[in-house]
Ligand binder design. Structure first.
Ligand SMILES: C[S@@+](CC[C@H](N)C(=O)[O-])C[C@H]1O[C@@H](n2cnc3c(N)ncnc32)[C@H](O)[C@@H]1O
Length: 366
């Protein structure tokens, strides 16, 4: 791929082109990147490239002539001309994939107040890197070029960008490296197991959980189905349908038309995924109960003991009524037993505190 960048500040690109993966892509001839000083194209005897805005106002505006001439000089039949502007479409991974299939890109970097509006007429597209304003288009063009060049064949391993965040509407999975234990922070056991199938499943589940927790917008409000599959056995992990149209559910047996139920949301979830999410919720609740329980062991707080006892009894019943079917036998027994032990202990403490209180009262009345 050939990339030409038009700028008033070519030296801003020095580090960008001479370090890391971009440098390697250039050395390996995967990308040819040329930086052009817009001033070199000025026909003005003082090499003027900008002027004050018509109608008054702050700042200087890039003039048409040098940019029109530069683009004319550099363009070929298949060239895509990109104008960097905060008013353009916001850059994302899909656009990066789209741009990587072009043979030749020209980037125009504005500076100061911006550029003469007529420059828009020669651009094929306008790209912004986000809803904020920078002093010039140099950093934004580097951001876009970097995101495109790393996707070119042979620049980095395909596997490493295929699963990057946003590549398929999901965020990336968590990664760890040595040591196994860093100041008490452990690496998840599955990653040390050497069991590739389980590792793959764990990663796919983590991607889904992360996306649903941090960026639900990536998988919601989409038209059509969003279906996430387990890479290994192709089972559906998560599926969501268009919010507006919804689904029609036909009750079984002798359903009549009026028995059809319309629903707006239907999520099909793999049991192991449900299991994982429920376990996370249970572990969180158990931790909070344990914190309260441990605190109560250090006090004689009768009211607090009654409240936590009530909470533990209710929670145990809630698990039995709602979640038991989704949990593995071992985990289910473990949690229910832990709760029962906590309940027994709190019952004993509550009784003892009651007896002490009554003894004190009867002592006083004597
Ligand atoms: C100070 S900005 C001009 C902003 C302009 N007055 C406006 O509000 O649209 C100068 C140049 O920086 C570049 N620029 C600034 N923020 C950008 C962004 N978020 N995305 C892409 N280019 C940006 C553009 O090339 C722009 O012409």
């Amino acid at each position: 791929m050939k990339i030409d960048i038009l700028t008033l500040f070519p030296r801003m690109f020095d580090g960008f082109l001479t370090e890391s993966i971009i440098k390697r892509a250039i050395d390996d001839k995967k990308a040819l990147i040329n930086i052009h000083n817009i001033r070199d194209y000025s026909t003005d005897k003082h090499k003027k490239v900008d002027d004050t805005p018509y109608g008054g106002g702050a700042g200087m505006v890039l003039m048409c002539q040098p940019i029109f001439d530069a683009v004319k000089d550099l363009s070929k039949k298949d060239t895509k001309i990109i104008l960097m502007t905060p008013q353009g479409v916001i850059h994302n991974q899909k656009l990066a994939y789209n741009l990587k299939d072009n043979k030749h890109l020209i980037f125009i970097c504005g500076h100061y107040e911006g550029f003469d509006e007529r420059i828009r007429s020669i651009a094929d597209m306008e790209i912004s890197i986000g809803d904020f304003v920078l002093t010039g288009g140099e950093l934004p063009s580097m951001v876009v070029v970097d995101s495109v060049v790393r996707l070119l064949d042979g620049v980095i391993e395909e596997e490493s960008h295929e699963k990057d965040s946003f590549a398929d509407d999901l965020l990336d999975y968590p990664t760890y490296t040595k040591p196994r234990n860093y100041e008490g922070l452990e690496v998840p056991d599955v990653l040390l197991s050497g069991h590739h199938e389980n590792i793959e499943k764990w990663r796919q589940t983590e991607r889904l959980i992360r996306t649903l927790e941090r960026r639900p917008d990536l998988v919601q409000n989409k038209h059509g189905y969003f279906v996430a599959k387990d890479n290994h056995n192709k089972e559906i992990l998560y599926m969501e349908y268009d919010k507006i149209k919804g689904f029609e559910m036909m009750p079984k047996n002798d359903a009549k038309r009026e028995d059809v139920i319309s629903v707006n949301k239907m999520i099909l979830i793999k049991p192991s995924f449900v299991n994982k999410v429920i376990k996370l919720k249970i572990d969180k609740k158990m931790k909070s109960l344990y914190d309260k329980f441990n605190y109560l062991l250090t006090t004689e707080d009768e009211e607090g003991t009654a409240a936590v006892l009530d909470e533990a009894v209710r929670y145990r019943q809630f698990l039995i009524n709602n979640y038991v079917a989704f949990l593995g036998e071992k985990y289910r027994d473990l949690i229910l037993n832990k709760l029962q032990i906590m309940i027994n202990e709190l019952n004993i403490r509550q009784r003892l505190m009651g007896e002490i209180r009554e003894n004190e009262l009867s002592g006083k009345s004597r």
